[in-house]
Design a protein around this ligand. Structure first.
Ligand code: ADP
Ligand code: MG
Length: 475
């Protein structure tokens, strides 16, 4: 490549080493000029950009109309060259018309300080994985969290489809933002993406970590006065995946750093994937600029699980464990443990382990026995009467409507919600619940439970409503 070809090439020539400074020591005038340019850059590009990119520039030499400045990493050099160099050169020229060129050179010694000195920098790509590992920047991937083990249902179909697209296409949307309640499979999907990318596109540098780890490592880098390495690594990955982004709410400097990383990667068309427990707009304590940038790509939510999804997951899990568990038991668990799939899986593990140790069969009775604490914690103190009263209050219907035969939607829906909550929050059987609702049949209760689950999966505001009711009842 010729140095004098395009515009950029005439601004910055690419060569690896700085000239020995004593050869062309800058004169006091040139030093003064550089000081001026330095403060002008700060003013013109703003404090954040200045601190991230321009501050480390240092004057090395001046010769034949060229000003030579150094930066600590090759990545910074390239970045400055494409984004700021032309403007900086113009600033220099406006102060001294003899200056026609700006040379940016890399002066190493930053990245691998305590290790044996590496002579020239290896291409950064090859280094990133190594460095990230050495510095403990990424989190390990769970081998169980793959696409093959993820059960797709209506509640998670969008998030699943989006995750698959990211693996198949190059940056189909940026960022991909996945959100949903605890234990609904966000982390599972993130890991699945990472595994698949590693397998199908091994040349890509994929980094997965929690926002908590991002912050911890950033703070550590600040303490060690080596944010340069941190920045360089994060700005040179191909796919950055940050889990539980809600964690950085209220953590201003971490947010700012993440914001810059985010922008730098988007500018280079690198994929960013974020998971959170709520929508970008709902992330209180996170800067408005960042919130809005996070919703620029595809926002996919995972709704509450349905009975069918829970049952599907349990069946798959039981098969994975090689355990023989009857449908009746799996159905019972799917009906009883609804809040969190992690808990549901934990329950299955427990009954399987118990049967294994005691060399006994898994029955409905043994299941209830083994999971006593778990099942009871959800029917502490709560009675069907109480549920009916609360639900009636909440929807502003009469309590007698809970027992009445009226079928108008405005009373039938609250009644179904009350039946659903009775099933979830008490130990009463379907026939018992039916009896408390004006002597209805157990199939009516079953239908109500399914209906409400369907609505929860379809309609986030309805889901929230039911969740509020559940919480007021269980507190
Ligand atoms: P989150 O990150 O949303 O809190 P996780 O991804 O950690 O939830 O999921 C919790 C548990 O539930 C994990 O063991 C995960 O494998 C399982 N899980 C959640 N959703 C599904 C699904 N659709 N198919 C299979 N397993 C799932
Ligand atoms: Mg998670």
């Amino acid at each position: 490549m010729s140095e004098s070809g395009g515009k950029q090439a005439s601004v910055v020539s690419i060569y690896g080493q700085a000239l020995a400074p004593e050869t062309f020591d800058p004169t006091p005038e040139i030093k003064a000029l550089w000081d001026k340019v330095y403060s002008q850059m700060r003013e013109e590009f703003g404090e954040a950009i200045f601190r991230s990119w321009l501050k480390p520039m240092s004057l090395q030499a001046a010769y034949h109309g060229t000003l030579e400045v150094s930066v600590p990493t090759r990545f910074m050099k390239d970045w400055i060259a494409t984004h700021y160099a032309e403007r900086i050169r113009a600033m220099c020229e406006s102060l001294n018309t003899e200056i026609k060129r700006l040379e940016i050179v890399v002066v190493h010694g930053h990245v691998s300080s305590e290790d044996e000195a590496e002579p020239a920098a290896k291409p950064l790509k090859a280094n990133v994985n190594e460095l990230a590992e050495k510095l403990d920047l990424s989190s390990p991937l769970d081998p169980r969290f793959k696409f093959e083990t993820f059960v797709v249902a209506k509640s998670n179909a969008l998030a699943h489809a989006a995750a698959s697209r990211v693996v198949e296409c190059n940056v189909p949307f940026n960022p991909l933002f996945i959100y949903g309640g605890v234990g609904l499979g966000k982390t599972h999907l993130m890991h699945a993406i990472a595994w698949e990318l590693k397998e199908k596109q091994p040349e890509k540098v994929v980094m997965y970590l929690s926002a908590e780890k991002f912050m911890y490592q950033f703070v550590k880098a600040i303490r060690a006065q080596d944010t340069m390495t941190f920045k360089e690594i994060f700005r040179s990955v191909d796919v950055l995946m940050i889990d539980d982004i809600q964690f950085i709410a209220g953590k201003d400097s971490t947010q700012e750093e993440f914001f810059h990383t985010f922008n730098a990667l988007v500018d280079q068309n690198k994929q960013i994937i974020i998971a959170a427990d709520r929508a970008p707009t709902e992330l209180q304590g996170i800067d408005e600029r960042l919130r809005s940038r996070m919703s620029w790509g595809l926002v996919a939510d995972i709704h509450a699980s349905t009975y069918d999804l829970r049952l599907g997951i349990l069946k798959a899990r039981a098969a994975q464990l090689g355990a023989i568990v009857s449908d009746a038991v799996l159905e019972f668990l799917s009906l009883k443990i609804t809040s969190n799939i992690r808990e549901l899986e934990g329950a299955l593990n427990r009954i399987v382990a118990h049967a294994d140790v005691t060399k006994s069969e898994i029955t409905l009775e043994s299941t209830q026995d083994v999971l006593q604490d778990l099942l009871r914690s959800s029917d502490r103190r709560i009675t069907i009467d109480e549920i009916q009263r609360r639900v009636a209050e909440h929807y502003n219907v009469r309590i007698t409507d809970m027992h009445s035969a009226r079928r108008a939607r405005q009373v039938a829906r609250p009644r179904q919600v009350a039946m659903y909550l009775s099933k979830q929050l008490t130990a009463r059987s379907l026939p018992e619940i039916g009896r408390k609702f004006g002597g209805r049949d157990h199939t009516t209760v079953m239908h109500a439970v399914r209906k409400v689950e369907e609505l929860i999966a379809e309609d986030p505001s309805f889901a929230q409503d039911v969740d509020v009711l559940r919480r007021t009842l269980t507190q």
